[in-house]
Design a protein around this ligand. Structure first.
Ligand SMILES: CC(=O)N[C@@H](CCC[C@H](N)C(=O)O)C(=O)O
Length: 383
């Protein structure tokens, strides 16, 4: 028998749709924060304490006889991309879209939170709505904030939607789940000029293109094939007009590794290649490593306990997955607080960050049920 009633489930699909319409970039989640605060204001307040941190929200629900605090985190920000779905509730913010499921993550967190406002458990619960997961990274500064530290939970969980699994599936593993990441921004400055006088210019179309191709050789030629790594260039900006030799070029990308040794190696090879491009194309280049996220490392005893609990209760299909090369700044919480992240099947043919992604919303009640029942069980255990 479910610990959460259908009356509580369906509104959270509606809430997800409302959040889907107001996607905002990291640390600019003003309407999203306001939406969450207004929703919380409509709940019984007796056991609730609410704090904001920048554009984030922290919500504590007092337990009936607390011995510990159990934390749950949802991320809030969206991606800078134009939505290409035909959904009636598509983004109303041109150029922004919830294409990584954070609207689902927030709706699920509100559903779980609402259940525990009405049915408090013994332990205190902390719900964290964290800004800027896609960048520049809200987890690390939030973790260091006084607002979070004074409510620091004893364990902490989170989920991420997974397009490749059917609804009703939870995929997880103990140990490393997500990769180490580093953003990568390289600016090249040469000398622009007339297309008819190439000998008087330093062409950044050529320099930037050569560099982009060289960077893609690092993983295949410098990294142990058994230690997965990625260098992806997602954006190239060069030039102004077809008959002007470009004086500036910019590459934007991301590095993913399963080990910090490989991350260091890739960064040192990028440095060397950039210096080589400067020499061969007589230009100047600067590297900005942007936001760096540590790996998501699932606490082994807690994850195994969750997996055993799932097998016993049978309320979702458990898949033991492999690690993924996605990044997640939830890894910073897990460096200090034991816990885990898991994948939630949302069964859609388009992947994360695709402009046509349409996660199956039936996963929302599945997740609310799994989390309410798991947290209820966890809070009923002897320490
Ligand atoms: C789950 C997911 O898609 N996360 C993002 C995290 C972005 C990390 C950072 N901004 C970067 O691009 O390196 C991902 O792209 O994996």
């Amino acid at each position: 028998m479910s610990a959460v009633s259908d009356q509580i489930l369906n509104p959270f699909i509606q809430i997800r749709r409302q959040l889907h319409q107001i996607p905002e970039p990291g640390f600019a989640e003003f309407k999203t924060q306001q939406f969450i605060l207004e929703y919380l204001a409509g709940l019984p307040q007796e056991r609730l304490q609410i704090r904001t941190w920048r554009t984030g929200v922290l919500v504590k629900i007092s337990g009936t006889a607390p011995r510990q605090c159990i934390g749950y985190r949802a991320d809030m920000d969206a991606l800078p991309m134009e939505e290409e779905t035909t959904l009636p509730f598509k983004s109303t913010h041109p150029g922004y879209m919830h294409a990584c499921g954070h609207d689902m993550h927030m709706a699920i967190a509100l559903g779980v939170l609402t259940h525990f406002v009405h049915h408090p458990v013994r332990d205190d619960l902390l719900f964290v709505f964290q800004p800027a997961e896609e960048g520049p990274g809200g987890a690390q500064p939030m973790l260091e904030s006084e607002e979070f530290r004074s409510w620091k939970p004893d364990c902490m969980f989170a989920l991420h939607v997974a397009p490749e699994y059917p609804v009703g599936t939870i995929a997880v593993k103990p140990g490393i789940l997500f990769a180490n990441t580093s953003e990568l921004f390289i600016d090249l400055v040469g000398k622009s000029g007339h297309a008819a006088y190439p000998h008087r210019a330093n062409d950044m179309v050529l320099a930037t293109s050569h560099l982009a191709i060289q960077l893609h050789h690092i993983v295949s030629r410098n990294i142990d094939p058994l230690d997965s790594a990625i260098v992806t260039i997602g954006k190239v900006t060069i030039g102004t007009k077809q008959n002007i030799i470009a004086g500036k070029g910019r590459l934007e990308g991301t590095i993913r590794t399963l080990s910090m040794d490989s991350m260091r190696k890739i960064k040192s090879r990028i440095e060397a290649m950039v210096r080589g491009i400067e020499a061969s194309f007589e230009c100047e280049a600067t590297i900005d490593w942007g936001a760096n996220y540590c790996q998501v490392y699932n606490d082994e005893p807690l994850t195994t306990e969750f997996m055993d609990w799932l097998r016993q209760t049978n309320i979702a299909n458990l898949t033991v997955c492999k690690e993924a090369m996605t990044g997640e700044d939830f890894g910073y919480f897990l460096q200090e607080i034991p816990g885990f992240m898991f994948w939630l099947g949302v069964d859609t043919p388009y992947g994360l960050h695709h402009p046509k992604i349409e996660p199956n919303e039936e996963a929302i009640p599945v997740a609310i049920r799994v989390l309410t029942e798991y947290i209820t069980w966890k809070a009923s255990q002897q320490n």
